[in-house]
Design a protein around this ligand. Structure first.
Ligand SMILES: NC(=O)c1ccc[n+]([C@@H]2O[C@H](COP(=O)([O-])OP(=O)(O)OC[C@H]3O[C@@H](n4cnc5c(N)ncnc54)[C@H](OP(=O)(O)O)[C@@H]3O)[C@@H](O)[C@H]2O)c1
Ligand SMILES: *[C@@H]1O[C@H](CO)[C@@H](O)[C@H](O)[C@H]1NC(C)=O
Ligand SMILES: *[C@@H]1O[C@H](CO)[C@@H](O)[C@H](O)[C@H]1NC(C)=O
Ligand SMILES: *[C@@H]1O[C@H](CO)[C@@H](O)[C@H](O)[C@H]1NC(C)=O
Ligand SMILES: *[C@@H]1O[C@H](CO)[C@@H](O)[C@H](O)[C@H]1NC(C)=O
Length: 318
């Protein structure tokens, strides 16, 4: 009896300790104002992206919500305008699962907007199926769509410097790997729809986000554009909603115990977008509003370069 009490007490103590250490995300302390600046946030209609866009709007930025669903995008714009009093908040259609849509978005944006100060590659999903161009959905949306989007907007970012590209990766990169044989044959980094397979593909895509940022930083040396990737934390959002019942049954208690609110989830994105003096850390990965630890595979120069070249060719750029 006493032993049981002892163990329970120990577990509660460990849990509370986790809550104030690993699970606690500090607030982004930057007081930067963004009047006269333009930002794009992808997937800004809900979750981490919406809170990020709202904070940037509150700081006075002109905010473009780049979303795939018009009614959700317009509703988010209305919410953000109402909550911040900033009327320079716009929805523009972007479906990252279509390279054509990425190109149209970029054309449209470049025609209408004279500057771009911050690009936040936030959208992401954990779902099966294929993109319009036949890539695995997760690889196509989380990595390839954002790769093309960033490249198409790069000149405008350079003209507007100092400017930043922030890409929301994940701790899930730890179980990712980049298999070029797979990309070349299946365009998919693997096939399948089971929860375990999707989770692996998700890890691969998030590793790609980090390798992309690593290589982009090198290519941007000597410009006034810097770039960062990050883990937002374990955050209660809709991202698991399209998974199997089995997976959701595992995630519900995990979310209840270990996941934090979206407000906290936006802090590291905001830190990377706003924190003064971050420029020397271009290419780095952040977690909890600080530089994070990166395994060798996520800063491998040769793999990062090859992923860049393969991505260019998959996007029809090379
Ligand atoms: N939540 C976490 O614990 C966690 C942990 C690590 C990393 N992340 C990363 O954080 C980022 C934000 O995720 P979240 O948790 O806020 O998830 P979320 O609430 O599901 O939001 C994801 C956003 O991405 C959009 N999106 C999905 N596919 C798209 C496409 N093809 N084109 C354009 N937009 C698309 C979604 O649009 P719809 O509303 O139309 O679906 C939604 O706006 C993702 O990159 C995710 O991988 C999250
Ligand atoms: C957009 O979202 C709304 C509300 O969730 C949904 O009813 C509608 O079918 C979606 N539209 C598209 C094109 O996916
Ligand atoms: C959920 O996944 C299925 C296939 O796995 C896909 O057809 C559907 O479009 C997905 N829904 C969302 C909202 O991503
Ligand atoms: C995965 O699901 C999609 C539709 O949801 C289907 O078209 C595809 O064939 C499935 N792939 C595998 C490998 O089962
Ligand atoms: C970077 O910005 C500084 C200050 O605005 C400017 O003096 C410099 O010319 C810019 N460098 C490039 C390469 O654009």
């Amino acid at each position: 009896m006493l032993a049981v009490l002892f163990i329970c007490g120990g577990l509660v103590a460990i849990y509370l300790l986790l809550c104030v250490t690993v699970l606690k995300i500090p607030k982004c302390k930057s007081t930067a104002k963004l009047h006269g600046k333009t930002v794009i946030v992808t997937g800004a209609n809900t979750g981490i992206g919406k809170v990020t866009a709202l904070d940037l709007a509150r700081r006075g930025a002109r905010v473009i919500l780049a979303c795939r669903n018009e009614s959700k995008g317009l509703a988010a714009a209305t919410d953000i305008k109402r909550e911040t009093g900033n009327n320079d908040v716009f929805y523009m259609h972007l479906d990252l699962a279509s390279l054509q849509s990425v190109r149209s978005f970029a054309d449209n944006f470049l025609k209408k907007e004279s500057r771009l100060d911050i690009l936040i590659n936030n959208a992401g999903l954990l779902a099966g199926g294929k993109t319009e161009d036949g890539f695995g959905m997760i690889f196509g949306v989380n990595h390839l769509g954002h790769f093309l989007l960033t490249l198409l907007l790069l000149d405008r970012l350079k003209e507007s410097g100092p400017s930043r590209v922030v890409t929301v990766a994940s701790l899930a990169h730890l179980w990712g790997n980049v298999d070029f044989n797979c990309i070349n044959t299946h365009k998919d980094l693997g096939l399948g729809n089971s929860s375990m397979v999707l989770l692996k593909l998700y890890g691969h895509s998030k590793l790609c986000n980090m390798l992309f940022t690593h290589e982009l930083a090198k290519r941007l040396k000597g410009t006034n554009v810097t770039c960062y990737s990050l883990h937002p934390g374990a955050i209660k959002t809709d991202i698991n909603n399209n998974c199997s019942l089995f997976w959701r049954l595992i995630m519900i208690p995990a979310m209840f115990l270990f996941y934090t609110d979206v407000q906290s989830g936006a802090q590291t994105s905001l830190y990377c977008a706003l924190q003064e003096g971050l420029e020397p850390l271009s290419g780095c990965y952040f977690s909890q509003c600080d530089v994070g630890k990166v395994p060798a595979k996520a800063r491998d120069d040769a793999v990062a370069k090859k992923l860049w070249e393969v991505s260019e060719s998959l996007c029809g750029l090379a």
